[in-house]
Design a protein around this ligand. Structure first.
Ligand code: HEC
Ligand code: HEC
Length: 91
């Protein structure tokens, strides 16, 4: 059977969907941002602005080599909230 261009597009789309699925389920294992006194202000920023970049601006004031070092082999450290979800517990 000869694969046409259309078949290849179909395969590419299927692979992309599967890859996204595995990426997302993999990321779920990453620790969530704790909802405690240290982190609550940033939950509020996220809630108010709806903007993750705005909410994660100050993370590195504590999470850095001097104050709270990252675990060994931590992935590149910008954009915390893409990997560490902020999930607010129901009140
Ligand atoms: C005022 C200092 C401070 C700031 C700012 C801060 N953190 Fe933390 N963070 C801590 C401390 C202390 C801990 C360890 C104790 C704990 O679990 O609360 C921690 C723990 C964590 C953990 C690990 C939780 C776990 O279950 O082990 C994650 C993930 C995290 N912070 C993400 C963030 C992100 C993302 C931001 C920015 C939105 C941020 N932190 C801002 C102090 C801070
Ligand atoms: C590319 C994804 C990614 C990004 C971006 C990222 N992290 Fe992580 N982080 C991880 C993974 C994976 C781990 C180890 C698995 C886990 O969460 O236990 C981890 C672990 C941590 C831990 C230790 C959790 C523990 O075991 O107690 C802290 C604290 C943390 N990250 C904070 C941050 C902060 C703050 C930022 C932004 C400056 C950040 N991370 C950005 C993926 C990421």
């Amino acid at each position: 059977m000869k694969l046409t261009k259309k078949d290849w597009i179909f395969i590419a789309v299927a692979v992309a969907i599967l890859a996204t699925f595995f990426l997302i389920t993999g990321k779920e294992k990453t620790k969530h941002v704790p909802y405690d006194t240290n982190h609550r202000p940033y939950f509020e920023v996220l809630q108010k602005t709806g903007n993750k970049i705005e909410a994660e601006k100050e993370c590195e004031e504590c999470h850095n080599d001097r104050v709270i070092p990252f675990p060994k082999g931590h992935p590149p450290k910008n954009r915390c909230l893409l990997c560490h979800k902020m999930i607010q517990p129901r009140q």
